[in-house]
Design a protein around this ligand. Structure first.
Ligand code: CUA
Length: 150
């Protein structure tokens, strides 16, 4: 083997290890799960928030041109959330910068991730996949430890 080939392979291996360590570090730091694709569930046609116990929630979120449903989610500090995401129309994205969450909403598919909210605050949700003329208006919020307005 040529010495340059060996150098390239060595540095590629080192870069791969650094990448894997960075991914695992992010999973721990942001208390998030790696997103997973799960089989399409025909029962998931409507947005819904379910509370399973004092601190565990399921959010079934629908993306559509140009909104998320639900677009305001109120949670207590310490809540652990299973977020299920699908779309009614075209491909959308879901990005929660403060939690390191990037997901795709794909027609006919359901993506899922789990996140834990250890700190109070307002966690902004944006669509990060261009989905048409109203893309920039596609937003939502997860409000942790603030009273519900209504
Ligand atoms: Cu939905 Cu951009």
């Amino acid at each position: 083997m040529d010495k340059y080939e060996l150098k390239i392979l060595t540095w590629t291996g080192i870069a791969l290890v650094i990448f894997m360590v960075a991914v695992l570090h992010a999973v721990g730091k942001y208390a998030t799960d790696l997103p997973e694709c799960i089989p399409y569930d025909a029962a998931f046609q409507e947005p819904k928030i379910s509370q399973l116990d004092d601190s565990t929630y399921q959010v079934f979120m629908l993306a559509q041109m140009w909104s998320f449903e639900p677009d305001e989610i109120y949670l207590p500090v310490g809540a652990e959330v299973d977020l299920y995401l699908t779309t009614k129309d075209v491909v959308h994205g879901l990005h929660i910068a403060d939690k390191g969450i990037n997901m795709m909403a794909v027609p006919g598919g359901v993506n899922k991730t789990t996140m834990k909210f250890r700190k109070p605050g307002v966690y902004e949700i944006v669509c990060h996949e261009y989905c048409g003329s109203g893309h920039q208006h596609m937003r939502g919020e997860i409000i942790v430890n603030y009273p519900k307005k209504n």
